[in-house]
Design a protein. Structure first.
Length: 276
């Protein structure tokens, strides 16, 4: 499972209010924030650096964190496991997994370890399967693997309504899309977080709206409305740029596209292009 698929899985698991998610990742929080709502997960950044939410790639420390009691159904996702194998070696990792399997036996915890089986020899995979009582080498997001005898309780539906497909622009980032305006009635912090993530996935710098996450509902919606209007305008500007791409100098096109994604100079760009 590649990084994109893994983050899609986490994003979809977050749709359930019944699950507690603990994510170990080699990506720093600021990178993860571009893809998922990290405020709703227990995040550990696996790194040698000392920072917020960081944990050293030490097997004993990881074991201690994973084995902490959980109040509800908990899913533990260990991204970057192949890096741990490189650091500690096959034998130590297998011993770690064996101890971990014993610790989680009889609990309601689920442990997800994304691996690319093509990176491992068949002999090691055979030993791996003996340690892990249930292993699915053809990982499916509808069937999250577990360390216990009973079947997993997770059912993640692949709803097209919850997925947004983007066309890529010349800068390699997704083309901007006009999203439906969030109504004031029913506006919540959770909806705002999802909208911020959608905007970020399109490459937009919407840091200006982030303070709204700490505002009351009235003020939060007021700030959201201001940014939503800016986004609407830059979507139209980008559409104009691509429609007239052949008539615009490459350097000018790239510069204007960058300013659009930064939500800066909107008045100037509109005057420049719409007055012609």
């Amino acid at each position: 499972m590649n990084q994109t698929k893994l983050l899609e899985l986490v994003d979809r698991l977050l749709e359930s209010d019944e699950l507690e998610i603990k994510l170990f990742s080699r990506l720093p929080p600021r990178r993860l924030l571009e893809h998922i709502d990290i405020s709703r997960i227990e995040l550990y950044w696996i790194t040698e650096r000392t920072a917020n939410n960081s944990v050293a790639p030490n097997l004993d420390k990881l074991m201690k964190i994973i084995s902490l009691p959980a109040d509800s159904n908990e899913i533990i996702i260990m991204d970057g496991f192949e890096w741990l194998i490189e650091l500690h070696g096959n034998d130590k990792i297998l011993n770690f997994l064996n101890d971990l399997s014993d610790n989680l036996q009889g609990t309601s915890k689920r442990l997800v370890i994304p691996l690319d089986v093509l990176n491992f020899e068949k002999t090691w995979l055979s030993r791996f399967k003996k340690v892990i009582k249930h292993v699915n080498l053809d990982f499916n997001t509808d069937d999250v693997e577990v360390f216990e005898e009973k079947p997993a309780i997770i059912n993640v539906e692949d709803s097209e309504q919850n997925r947004i497909e983007f066309d890529l622009g010349v800068d390699g980032m997704p083309r901007l899309s006009m999203l439906s305006r969030l109504p004031k009635i029913g506006f919540t912090n959770s909806l705002l977080v999802k909208r911020i993530l959608q905007w970020r996935r399109m490459g937009l710098d919407v840091s200006e709206v982030e303070p709204a996450l700490n505002y009351d509902s009235e003020d939060a919606y007021a700030l959201y409305s201001v940014i939503e209007e800016k986004v609407r305008r830059v979507v139209e500007l980008e559409n104009y740029l691509y429609h007239h791409k052949d008539k615009i100098d490459v350097k000018e096109f790239t510069t204007s596209l960058f300013r659009i994604k930064q939500l800066t100079g909107i008045d100037e760009l509109e005057k420049k292009y719409y007055s012609n």
